[in-house]
Design a protein. Structure first.
Length: 315
């Protein structure tokens, strides 16, 4: 138990430090935004580049990993949507925000540092494989569901599937995470080494990706805060921190995934809700308070639940 705590608690201590620095006005909230930009546009893409460029995939297929993870997403999203609309009587648009908030894990800012610390390089490779499809799948699904909900609630004309895919595709082409993954894959095909002076620089930037991501996440939690919707927020937080990793764990075992790959996707599915849930709500102008409340609550409780899942995995 003490070893697990030493691995997991520092992750959330860094988040707390970021939150505290902004709360006591030691740093301005704008610093958090700038740090987040650095992490998203430079540090994490470099980490992903290094991971993929040096990875040994042993000929493993990614399909089992993707199926196991997105099975958890599908179940949790569906349950979150139904609870919001049927139990708490929210409209369909809030149901979409509820589904996204319960199933959109913060894989980049928390999941990646967590897996990098708790598991070996094979775990980071597994998470990199997941990240290669996670953002496009979640953003396309969230956008399609929300536009469908808006047509149902407000009668607004919707865009076609091709138009939505084209917009998401344009965004992904410029996405630094995608660029880092693709660049690492292409560099790996060359057979060249990432050693020498360039390798030292890559290692130094990649090494600060985790701590910087966690500090910026803490600052973001202060920014979003808890904005009501207590009942739905508590319920959705339970789905995110308990149901989703349980579904991923079950699917991974049924599919016979390697232990390290199973641990990687279960741990990252157990981390708090990512800020993308808030960004989707903000883009469509509905559900800001619900999304921010779930982000804050899951982040506050994450240290306990992630530790519990690490113990369950035998780490």
């Amino acid at each position: 138990m003490s070893e697990i705590a030493l691995d997991v608690l520092p992750i959330f201590v860094l988040i707390a430090i970021g939150w505290l620095a902004v709360t006591v006005k030691l740093l301005k909230a704008d610093v958090g935004d700038a740090l987040s930009d650095f992490v998203f546009k430079i540090a994490v893409p470099v980490l992903l580049f290094r991971t993929v460029a040096r990875a040994d995939f042993h000929g493993a297929s990614p399909w089992g990993l993707w199926i196991a993870y997105f099975f958890g997403v599908l179940v949790t999203w569906t349950v979150g949507h139904l609870i919001a609309t049927r139990v708490f009587k929210r409209d369909t648009r809030l149901g979409v925000v509820a589904g996204v908030s319960s199933a959109f894990a913060n894989n980049v800012f928390i999941g990646l540092p967590l897996v990098d610390r708790v598991l070996d390089d094979e775990g980071v490779v597994a998470l990199s494989i997941l990240l290669s499809v996670h953002l496009p799948v979640m953003m396309v699904a969230g956008t399609l569901m929300m536009e469908r909900a808006e047509r149902k609630v407000e009668g607004k004309p919707g865009r076609g599937l091709l138009a939505i895919l084209a917009q998401v595709g344009r965004n992904l082409i410029r996405n630094p995470l995608v660029i880092g993954l693709v660049a690492g894959s292409l560099f790996r095909l060359t057979g060249l080494s990432t050693g020498g002076a360039p390798g030292i620089v890559i290692d130094q930037i990649a090494g600060i990706a985790g701590p910087a991501a966690l500090l910026s996440m803490g600052m973001a939690v202060k920014k979003y805060g808890f904005s009501g919707h207590v009942g739905p927020a508590v319920t959705l937080s339970a789905l995110k921190l308990v149901l989703m990793p349980a579904c991923v764990f079950l699917a991974a075992h049924l599919l016979g995934l390697p232990p390290t790959w199973t641990a990687a996707i279960v741990l990252t599915s157990a981390v708090p809700t990512g800020v993308n849930a808030y960004l989707i709500a903000s883009h469509f102008g509905v559900g800001h308070g619900l999304a921010s409340s779930v982000i804050t609550l899951t982040t506050a409780l994450g240290a306990i639940t992630v530790t519990a899942w690490a113990l369950a995995l035998g780490l």
